[in-house]
Design a protein around this ligand. Structure first.
Ligand code: RP5
Length: 191
């Protein structure tokens, strides 16, 4: 199945796909054991009106979509390479990449291979890393706090918003909701 995934990625990169079949954002992680932490990215994108593209037949109704892949830098470096090097030609605008373990190479390598697409890294703290930053000058990786995949996805949408005014409006609405959640509260709330 890994080889067929690699072939599919290259095939998608090689043909013109309509916008509704092309995800704007990719979520990748090193293991399916990262899914709980990376679920925050899914939540943020869904909250902002993105829909997940699956490999089923149903086309999404939403204008903006994302895809989710498990891609391991160590177990499947060939798949990681195919995912990142085809990302731009497959229509992606940005990637959220999460990994744990001692090395957490995935976000760094995806950032190098997918350049110039922006990649936001998420350290999966439960899996022993609290930082995924390990890049030399000239090969940038933006990263969020450990476990904060929600913020990673939110910042990716902020990056896209200048090109897509509709996303800017949704971010403003999201921010207005955040603002509505502060102010004077009663200590009764804690009881
Ligand atoms: C990393 O190794 C993955 O991103 C994961 O966080 C960690 C452990 O993976 P599993 O052994 O749980 O599959 O590459």
């Amino acid at each position: 199945p890994v080889q067929s995934l690699i072939d599919d990625l290259h095939a998608e990169a090689d043909r013109d796909r309509p916008t509704e079949e092309t995800p704007e954002v990719g979520i990748v992680m090193g293991s399916d054991s990262d899914l709980d932490v990376m679920y925050g990215a899914y939540e943020a994108l869904t909250e902002l009106g993105f829909e997940e593209l699956t490999d089923g037949d149903d086309l999404p109704e939403a204008r903006f979509t994302f895809e989710t892949y498990v891609v391991s830098a160590h177990r499947t470096p060939d798949l990681m390479d195919a995912y990142a090097t085809t990302a731009r030609d497959r229509g992606l605008d940005a990637i959220v990449a999460g990994a744990g373990g001692k090395a957490a190479d995935l976000p760094n390598m995806v950032a190098s291979l997918a350049y110039p697409l922006p990649v936001v890294g998420v350290p999966v703290q439960e899996k022993s890393v609290d930082s995924v930053i390990g890049m030399p000058t000239g090969a940038p990786l933006v990263a969020v706090d450990a476990g904060k995949s929600f913020n990673a996805a939110l910042s990716v949408v902020q990056m896209l918003a200048r090109a897509y005014p509709e996303l800017e409006d949704r971010l403003e609405a999201y921010h207005d909701d955040l603002r509505a959640g502060v102010g004077r509260v009663s200590r009764d709330l804690h009881e």
